[in-house]
Design a binder for this molecule. Sequence first.
Ligand code: BG6
Length: 489
Amino acid sequence: MSNLKPFPKDFLWGGATAANQIEGGFDAGGKGLSSADMVAYVPKSERGAHSAAIEIDSQRIEDILSGAFQGRFPKREGIDFYHTYKQDIVLLAEMGLKMFRISIHWARIFPSGYDELPNEAGLQFYDDLFDEMLKHGIQPMVTLCHYETPLGLTQKYNGWAGREVIGHFLRYAETVFKRYQHKVKYWLTFNEINMITMHSPFTGGGIVIDRVPQAEQENVKYQALHHQFIASALATKALHEIIPDGKMGCMLARLHHYALTADPQDQRLAQWGNQQNLFFTDVHARGEYPRYMLRHWAENNVRIHKVLGDDTILKQYPVDFISFSYYMSLAVTSHEDVEKTAGNLIGGVKNPYLQASDWGWQIDPIGLRITLNDMYDRYQIPLFIVENGLGAYDNVEADGTIHDDYRVDYLRAHIQQIQEAITDGVDLIGYLEWGPIDLVSMSTSEISKRYGFIHVDIDDDGNGSRQRRRKDSFYWYKKVIASNGADLS
Ligand code: BG6
């Protein structure tokens, strides 16, 4: 007999997406431009191993706006969900999804970001979308800001570098809390809030970094992050006032760091890697900056400007739950001559015990159990896995079937480790697979990096019928949900 605890009976199985990766309709219904609309497709042959041009300079923005730069922008097209959501929700419902995470495209609601009044057409779109989900028994989860800062805020304040953006964000948050109070209970403030300092300040915060003198750049990133922390805390306060039974979560790209060797130098490096990663959830959940980071800032000349009352705001309004994405783990070492590997936001060294995806992300299901235990021990508040999945190339057979057993293997192994963690005593609200329907990749703007249970016929050049097809994994996930995780075969 298995000694594993069953998944909780109200466990939220589902899927997760972001507006800029699925919607398309980038200028429909009065939507303004956002940071994601500036990201042009860069063919693989012209880019580094990992990333497309998600970090934009001021010249590129000028050239796009003046028409001097003529590229293709897959995040403006998505999978056309803006027009196809009704059919897509039917398919997601057929799989039995209990929750579907979307993000609201801020620039659909406040086209420039600083408008006084919201755009009714944008509000209506999400009203209709939530109605459709609820009609099919799918509960929405909403991310307020998933790499989609309105471009107006970039042009006016250099994005989150400007403290004024806190006020504009709150106006947006309060508007959607009031509008959707009876439809949405689970909210997240910023997707992978560690993006802004760890990878791309443009993607994470609409900040064009070359507008900041070099010596100030590091400082500005942390200052902008501080603004996001304050905005998140104030949005949590507003949520609880407007939707008393609403739940606010923070969202982190969780990157568990291992030491490559037992050398204490490596152990310390791994500890520091984990601290740098957990720093974000420390602030969100404990309501204050951790001392290890204060030391790091002091030694690196980083100075955060706080306004009187900021510390109290952080302390008074921590999040209700912690959510995170988990795709892979990292190894670190102080030793040289080791093979490097790519990863989500950051890379590391190759871990000889792990296989990697076609994009070099090291696959590590046990790392997820470790992560869940570490995080629950540290914060003692409910956790929510809001992204996990395998980006892989899929092949459509002549008869239209797609045999993605590699995806099932990846997901099964991770779900098994989740059950181990639940048995260890971790309080986990749910599990959302990333991209249940194929979507545009955040880091590379490819669609050939597919995560879905549902295939969408579009290629990296934007060609294709847009037809939706069920992959083998579709039927597998349906069974997993129907059995509440008891049948992973
Ligand atoms: C997370 C993001 O980093 O990982 C998503 O929240 C993203 O937006 C996902 O799509 C997978 O990354 P990628 O680069 O494979 O799309």
